[in-house]
Design a protein around this ligand. Structure first.
Ligand code: PBG
Length: 327
């Protein structure tokens, strides 16, 4: 055969395949989501997320040691408070669960970069991401509480805040509040393009944050929409977001690409609890090769344009990168 182009030539050896790889990864791009809870001396396995735990603040070090050994240095903290109320007051309490976890982390594990999820749903008795007015979440009344929460996280040692509530105008409200208090250098990673998704199911069980009535469709996005993700992303860029997130990851990689091409900000994507749980369940059944699937999913996210990948598989991925099993 007289073929000019033989793409297979560059696939003929491991050395060549690695040389021409288009997507390369680094553990520095990974963020590990971690659950902290009230109480003492407890590590609880999360039933819906096998292999993931909830830690009391005195036991978080066990996870940090494992993360650091694998080469993961970025964590995003989620708090599970002892008490919830209508206005989620434990979200912005000085001695709230995340605030305490931050102080301990800063003091004992300064090499860990501390990111915090800013939302009300883990702290409200009704499980919605803001304060209620009747049956609906009151957008503007919630903004003050989100800004207060972000500020209290930063005062306790958060190095980057990540609002996940999907209220309109919250990036501006948080930016103004942080700036007024002298925290002009703390970045905001916005969950800008966040869909109302069944993929969050296992997380809500982990954090006890499922809404007690209704759903989140009046604030999280409708997954039928593509152009709306650009609208949400651009609004957050204008309001001062530093990093734009698309969430979930796997079923939304088209939007990772679109938002990446439409903005000049770093793009994060969150491989959420349902993605992790599906892989784990199938692996436990012996139906898939867990390690290979995890590598393929992560590579696809970076190939789609993500700069940052938030994943419950951060330790495993860092290990695979170190071993040269993936880019
Ligand atoms: C809080 C929040 C959620 C997740 C991240 N931040 C739950 C939700 O919006 O219901 C989901 C993360 C995951 O599923 O892994 N609002």
């Amino acid at each position: 055969m007289d073929l000019t182009y033989r793409p297979r030539r560059l696939r003929s050896s491991e050395a060549l395949r690695k040389m021409v790889r288009e997507t390369r990864m680094d553990a520095a791009s990974l963020i590990y989501p971690m659950f902290v809870m009230d109480g003492e001396n407890k590590v609880e396995e999360i039933e819906s997320l096998p292999g993931q735990n909830r830690y009391t603040v005195d036991r978080m070090g066990e996870e940090y040691d494992k993360l650091l050994a694998a080469g993961v240095t970025n964590v995003m903290l989620f708090g599970i408070p002892a008490e919830k109320d209508e206005v989620g007051s434990q979200a912005y309490a000085e001695d709230g669960i995340v605030q305490r976890a931050l102080r301990i982390t800063q003091e004992k594990y300064p090499e860990i970069f501390r990111i915090t999820d800013v939302c009300m749903c883990e702290y409200t008795s009704h499980g919605h991401c803001g304060v209620l007015c009747g049956q609906d979440v009151d957008n503007d009344a919630t903004l003050d509480l989100l800004a207060k929460t972000a500020l209290s996280h930063v005062q306790a040692g958060s190095q980057m805040v990540a609002p996940s509530d999907m209220m309109d105008g919250r990036i501006l409200a948080i930016r103004e509040c942080l700036d007024e208090n002298g925290f002009t250098n703390i970045p905001i990673m916005s969950y800008a393009v966040k869909f109302a998704s069944a993929f969050y199911g296992p997380f809500r069980e982990a954090a006890g944050s499922a809404p007690s009535f209704g759903d989140r469709k009046s604030y999280q996005m409708d997954y039928h929409n593509r152009r709306e993700s650009l609208k949400e992303a651009m609004l957050d860029v204008e309001e001062g977001a530093d990093i734009i997130m698309v969430k979930p990851a796997m079923s939304y990689l088209d939007l990772v690409r679109e938002v990446h091409d439409a903005t000049d900000l770093p793009i994060a994507t969150y491989s959420v609890s349902g993605e992790y749980a599906m892989v784990k369940a199938a692996a436990q059944k012996g139906w898939i090769d867990e390690d290979k699937i995890v590598c393929e999913m992560a590579t696809a996210a970076f190939r789609a344009g993500a700069d940052i990948y938030i994943t419950y598989y951060a330790k495993e991925l860092a290990q695979f990168i170190k071993e040269g099993r993936i880019g």
